[in-house]
Write a protein that binds this ligand. Sequence first.
Ligand code: CA
Ligand code: CA
Length: 236
Amino acid sequence: MKIIRSFYIVTFCALFLGGYTRAVIVITTATGTGADSYVNYGSNQGVNYGSSETAQVLMGSSNDYLRKAYFRFDLSSVSGSITEATLSFRVTSPDNLTGGGPVKLYGLNDGVTGEDWSETGITWSNAPANTLGDTAALDSNATELAAFANINSTTTTVNFTSEILSFLQADTDNNVTFIVTGGSYLTGSPIRYNFYTKENTSTEPFPTLAITTIPEPSSIALILIALTTLVWVRRR
Ligand SMILES: [Ca+2]
Ligand SMILES: [Ca+2]
């Protein structure tokens, strides 16, 4: 009976501590080595837009109207195991939308060359995972995570949760980059999405990543061992 009672006490304490140490941290692209920008094909493929107040995704019929957006978050302030996450974008002034465009969210694969892309240096010509031709596609260094639901209001907030969780959990170097691009480019009038960047001071601090963590399993195991030992000693 004592053993069973001790087991319940230890389990309760471990669950209590696990819940008590659950933490939520909010990161923006202004945190640490975070960054946001977009890249543009055609005559501007060597131009950097790191200081722009919007990151543009544009799907048009001419090279100058092809644009992809890049957002990097610095996870170095996150400790423990990631259990939940919400990625939020503020999207404004979409043009020529008729029920939303074929816009997709990608993750730059962990560990690939270019994860440390420069906010003031990234262009169409050097952006990681970018395919350099007249295309919306990314190469195999990026993985599709989600598609945007219809965005047809003037300004709206777009959230991703479960779609990004495994991507974040797989990160090993505290650098995660999300890329937004069109599923395909169009003929005729271009479709444009403008994402607020950290340089836009007239709105809330978007893009934002809110992460919930619990202690690493190894930490919980240590707590259990310590509690078990404590209970055992007290009962002797
Ligand atoms: Ca920026
Ligand atoms: Ca990474």
